[in-house]
Ligand binder design. Structure first.
Ligand SMILES: O=P(O)(O)OC[C@H]1O[C@@H](O)[C@H](O)[C@@H](O)[C@@H]1O
Length: 256
């Protein structure tokens, strides 16, 4: 059972106004631990004709939030479902400070994916990208040319990652396609066995069946002046993937 203010481990927690430990706030910021309200009268947002249903939510800071992070904001979230089950999350964050002050934040859609077996999963789209390795003091490295596979703990922030990343699950014959807009980075995280054991709200072997791929703005914080609004979008779809002689065609997966 989830008892606020504990974050939910799974789904798509929203990291705002701080990703990870990059600041003075609690890990990943406070937004993921708050109750959001239904936004009955959201400002217009173009609706993709493929969208069949959506809900608009809003988060504004409480008095306590303002003590920790002294900025007034309106965070609108549209959660939309397409006919084929495609999911789209659009975040709109507006600076509503009345004292003329800008604010800066980092952000992530902390997306948990369910996979059959992490050792059999490949991530395509992040080859040759630069990344900051959270396990090595955020040092910068460059990924090799091969798809990413998993054989130990991974906690990396890929910088200026492409707008489409694919998670290919051989055993399930399923590929998750993650698309992102307005979010330059992509975090990839799996805690592996030792960290899984150390996490109280996580089963010892659950790491085998999950992977986080998180569209994010981490390296360069986003700054908004009063009255300015930022928009970031996450798109998710699951497509059946055929699996022939051990190889998928990555170009086909990523470019349709
Ligand atoms: O346990 P939390 O706060 O949900 O965070 C889980 C992980 O989230 C990832 O996004 C971070 O890169 C990791 O460093 C972190 O361990």
């Amino acid at each position: 059972a989830i008892k606020p203010p504990k974050p939910f481990r799974g789904g798509i927690p929203i990291c705002f106004p701080q990703f990870g430990t990059q600041g003075n706030l609690e890990q990943h910021g406070f937004a993921r631990n708050r109750l959001w309200a239904i936004d009955d009268n959201p400002p217009p947002l173009p609706v993709n004709p493929a969208i069949k249903a959506f809900v608009d939510l809003i988060l504004k800071p409480s008095e306590d939030d303002l003590k920790m992070w002294p900025h007034s904001f309106e965070f609108r979230l549209r959660i939309a479902l397409g006919a084929g089950g495609d999911l789209s999350l659009t975040s709109r964050i507006r600076n509503t400070n009345t004292d003329g002050r800008p604010f800066s934040y980092t952000f992530a859609f902390h997306t948990y994916f369910s996979v059959s077996d992490i050792s059999e999963v490949r991530v395509e789209g992040l080859e040759t990208m630069d990344y900051l390795d959270n396990m090595k003091g955020k040092e910068r490295f460059t990924e090799q040319g091969d798809a990413i596979v998993f054989e130990s703990e991974v906690d990396k922030v890929y910088l200026a990652a492409p707008s489409k990343v694919a998670i290919i699950d051989h055993d399930m014959r399923r590929t998750f396609v993650v698309t992102k807009e307005g979010l330059p980075d992509a975090v990839v995280w799996n805690p592996w066995d030792k960290k899984a054991k150390a996490m109280q709200d996580f089963g010892d072997s659950e790491y085998k069946h999950m992977l986080c791929v998180e569209p994010a703005a981490v390296e360069k914080p986003i700054t908004l002046k009063p009255g300015e609004e930022w928009k970031g979008r996450l798109g998710l779809s699951a497509v059946p993937s055929s699996y022939c002689s051990g190889q998928l065609d990555p170009l086909k997966v990523l470019h349709g």
